[in-house]
Design a protein. Structure first.
Ligand SMILES: Nc1ncnc2c1ncn2[C@@H]1O[C@H](COP(=O)(O)OP(=O)(O)OP(=O)(O)O)[C@@H](O)[C@H]1O
Length: 320
């Protein structure tokens, strides 16, 4: 059995992950497993450790990420920043607030180490990795490449992420174990401030212009914002990237559209535009909030190229 290297984000779930980790630490101490634990002290630690592991240690050990979607995003980006040809599969134990990656891929909700660790070890020993879509984003202005496991958003959902991360609401809801509601609660204050913006898209080469975009989200799977099923038909294994753009004509129409999203009846509306494609180009010249896997990208004009690629994970699913 290869050594297991756990990368733990104690700050995930507004710090609740540190408490959950205690039971894992106790379990591991009493086990016969060959393992090492690295607890992140700062944002980007997981990125740096995953980079170094992929470069030097991936043949002799397996990385296990313990945290939320942001932690998994960092690990994948660290691995892929090495530019090596053979990217190793990594294991993931969800312990975040939103957990959209876990939700989309039907991961086990149980957080008892005695239930999780032996199963995960068996998966790793048998080499049973799951291949999933992730997305590659090339920023033409900054000349940088990044990857996301869940979504990249510009406009409304990104402004909501920024407002949520700034607020004490996320901490409070995480304390109540209702972290998945954090985005939903701040959403109402953002409704008052977010304006429409113009965007030019190339979807598999075909030009699309939209002048009243309000919410624009690329995704590998159905969920965003901690459990909103925004693209129910998005498939995380089809090798394609999904996009939804919601336009706003006026506040009443927008509110009706958002209610339709919650009911899963939004696809038929004329202000909802839905694409599934191999690659996209996007130009959004106005200053807008952006986010990637729930991590803020700041306020920018965006000029991006996006496409789908595969990544391998060791995952425990609700139903195997
Ligand atoms: N020791 C640390 N102190 C503070 N922040 C950290 C630390 N380690 C990692 N981080 C940062 O914590 C942030 C949040 O992590 P993560 O996304 O995993 O949890 P979450 O926000 O609770 O979950 P989710 O994204 O599923 O809602 C990430 O931006 C990550 O870089």
């Amino acid at each position: 059995m290869k050594r297991l290297i756990f990368l733990v984000n104690p700050a995930a779930q507004s710090g609740q992950a540190a408490q959950i980790w205690q039971s894992f630490a106790k379990y591991l101490e009493q086990s016969q497993l060959d393992y090492q634990v690295k607890i992140s002290k700062n944002a980007k630690d997981i990125y740096d450790w995953a980079y170094l592991w992929q470069k030097h240690d991936s043949a002799s050990s397996t990385l296990v990420i313990f945290g939320g979607d942001g932690s998994l995003n960092e690990a994948v980006n660290g691995q892929l920043a090495t530019g090596v040809a053979n990217i190793a599969p990594i294991a993931y134990i969800p312990a975040g607030s939103g957990n959209d990656f876990a939700r989309a891929n039907h991961l086990l909700k149980d957080q008892q180490p005695a239930a999780i660790i032996p199963q995960l070890v068996a998966k790793i020993e048998q080499g049973l990795a799951t291949e999933l879509d992730i997305a590659q984003v090339f920023d033409r202005t900054q000349k940088t490449t990044e990857y996301f496991v869940n979504n990249l958003g510009i406009g409304f959902d990104a402004a909501t992420v920024a407002a949520t991360n700034d607020s004490t609401i996320k901490r409070f809801l995480n304390y109540l174990h209702l972290g998945q509601l954090a985005y939903f609660v701040t959403l109402f204050s953002v409704l008052r401030t977010q304006d429409t913006f113009g965007v030019t898209l190339r979807v598999d080469g075909k030009l699309v212009q939209m002048n009243k975009s309000y919410l624009l989200t690329f995704s590998n799977h159905p969920y965003f914002g901690g459990g909103v099923n925004i693209m129910p038909d998005a498939d995380s294994t089809d090798g394609k990237l999904d996009l939804i753009v919601i336009e706003k004509n006026n506040m009443w129409q927008l509110l009706r559209t958002l209610v339709s999203v919650l009911k899963g009846k939004h696809y038929v509306l004329p202000e909802v535009h839905r694409y599934t494609a191999d690659k996209y180009e996007l130009i959004s010249p106005r200053l807008e909030f952006g986010h990637i896997d729930g991590e803020e990208l700041g306020v920018h004009a965006f000029e991006l190229e996006l496409k789908s690629r595969k990544h391998q994970f060791f995952l425990l699913k609700e139903v195997e």
